[in-house]
Design a protein around this ligand. Structure first.
Ligand code: NAG
Ligand code: NAG
Ligand code: NAG
Length: 444
């Protein structure tokens, strides 16, 4: 059944949201920023490759560009260190120490620098004896390390899961979160807890994960290829009934970094990654060399219309609502709302490789858009305004091979005006339990 949402599903969803999620005030929308790992890996060779090694210079330079090239203005906020920043040994007090040659001024200094640019600072550790690259992990030092991060004014902690027992994570991840909370410094807590348990054949306890983490990984690390992006898209589509209800303000599924602007994705594929990540309400963490990115890829990363979909305040993760012969349709309920009707972002993805664009024709009604007041429909990449369409209108899009067309359909009020979500004139507030919408289950 390709039923999109049911009243019961939304009831469960909203109860989960209101009662049991982590409330540290952070990540009300999915976090946005820059993260080193996918592009820069564990390059520690500053002698032969000083421009690309994991060092304070790399992060300072990226922070500079995030601001000077307009990424910060578009919403990218965090500059996040990943693995390979550490000395191999803790100091005499058992504290973590940044590599002394690659981070000579230390992490507090880097944090201060990033904050001086108006940005936020993220760091990486691992709930295990070692990080994935073999540096000291937090096991045995949970409180010490949480305190150290707070003393460095860290804003975001990614806690990986190498060299740890997945069965101990149900206790361990909450325990580290407890110590983070005890520092009194709000830090986004990004967990790798579910993905390691899934690898170990366990069923993650998402009730608990939502309670303790702002962000978590469900699936493989992204690699620099379309095959990797496709595998992630498929995983999220194939497992959406389990995954989607867990997302909401303060707690998000993380399909991993944006690799747009690197070596492995074509222009079309890059547009597809950005569009689907927005549908998934994913954290938007760019992992790319911002010094050399080409302008057309920068434009994708800075597409404000798509960023607005990703950052929609309702925080409802979208779903794959159609998949047939290589054509997929993904849909995400967004603001504004009018009476009982959502607006939507709709992505048409062409997974075919037979070399010519595919036409997709569908009525809004078939997509579950049924408001009699109609929808203003916009293309988010191309400058096409479809005007106000009724649910019966058939729209036709041309989708390039491995490409995407992403539309936004804003529900209209009776007066064909946009209704702001937090409208003070709306007497009764939006009630999600009134929402029932379906999509045909037999194609179009
Ligand atoms: C971590 O190290 C301790 C002490 O050597 C050991 O007892 C424990 O089994 C290790 N844990 C893992 C997950 O390897
Ligand atoms: C710690 O947890 C409490 C209770 O959930 C919450 O109200 C508070 O904001 C948290 N503080 C930090 C710094 O995360
Ligand atoms: C999952 O976690 C919740 C909240 O911590 C807990 O109440 C529940 O018992 C756990 N479920 C299982 C199956 O362990």
């Amino acid at each position: 059944m390709l039923q999109v949402w049911t009243a019961i599903g939304l009831l469960v969803f909203y109860l989960a949201n209101s009662v049991t999620s982590l409330e540290n005030g952070l990540a009300r929308t999915p976090p946005m920023g820059w993260l080193a790992w996918e592009r820069f890996r564990c390059n520690t060779d500053c002698k032969n490759d000083p421009e690309n090694c994991i060092s304070e210079n790399l992060f300072r330079t990226m922070a500079d560009i995030v601001v000077s090239e307009g990424y910060a203005a578009a919403g990218y906020e965090y500059v996040n260190v990943d693995d390979c920043w550490l000395e191999k040994e803790r100091n005499q007090y058992g504290q973590l120490v940044a590599d002394k040659t690659r981070f000579p001024r230390g992490m507090r200094s880097l944090s201060d620098y990033i904050h001086s640019k108006g940005l936020k600072f993220g760091i990486y550790e691992d709930y295990g004896n070692y990080t994935c690259a073999g540096y000291p992990g937090v096991l045995g030092y949970l409180q010490t390390d949480a305190d150290t991060f707070a003393s460095w004014d860290v804003d975001y902690v990614k806690l990986d899961g190498c060299y740890a027992h997945p069965s101990e994570m149900d206790q361990g991840y909450p325990e580290f979160g407890f110590h983070l909370n005890r520092t009194g410094r709000p830090m986004i807590y990004s967990c790798s807890w579910p993905v390691y348990q899934i690898y170990a054949g366990m069923q993650p306890n998402f009730t608990s994960i939502i309670q303790h983490c702002n962000v978590w990984r469900n699936f493989d690390d992204i690699q620099d290829s379309w095959a990797s992006v496709e595998s992630i898209i498929d995983y999220y589509g194939n497992n959406q009934d389990v995954i989607v209800p867990n997302a909401g303000p303060g707690h998000w599924n993380d399909p991993d970094m944006l690799i747009i602007g690197n070596f492995g994705l074509s222009y079309e594929q890059s547009k597809t990654q950005m569009a689907i990540w927005a549908i998934l309400a994913a954290p938007l963490l760019m992992s790319v060399d911002l010094r050399t990115i080409r302008p057309e890829y920068k434009a994708i990363l800075q597409n404000r219309k798509i960023i607005a979909v990703d950052q929609d305040p309702l925080g409802i993760q979208g779903r794959r609502i159609y998949k047939h012969k290589g054509i997929e349709i993904w849909s995400r309920p967004i603001t504004p709302l009018y009476q009982n009707y959502f607006s939507y972002a709709i992505a048409f993805v062409n997974r075919r490789t037979d070399g010519t664009p595919s036409d997709v024709a569908v009525t809004l009604k078939e997509l579950g858009l049924t408001s009699p007041t109609g929808y203003r429909v916009d293309d988010l990449y191309e400058d096409v305004d479809y005007g106000v369409l009724s649910p019966q209108t058939k729209i036709k899009v041309k989708v390039n091979p491995s490409g995407v067309v992403i539309l936004r359909a804003d529900v209209q009020s009776d007066y064909n005006r946009r209704v702001p979500y937090y409208s003070t004139t709306q007497k009764s507030p939006y009630n999600p339990l009134n929402q029932v919408f379906r999509v045909r289950n037999n194609g179009f």
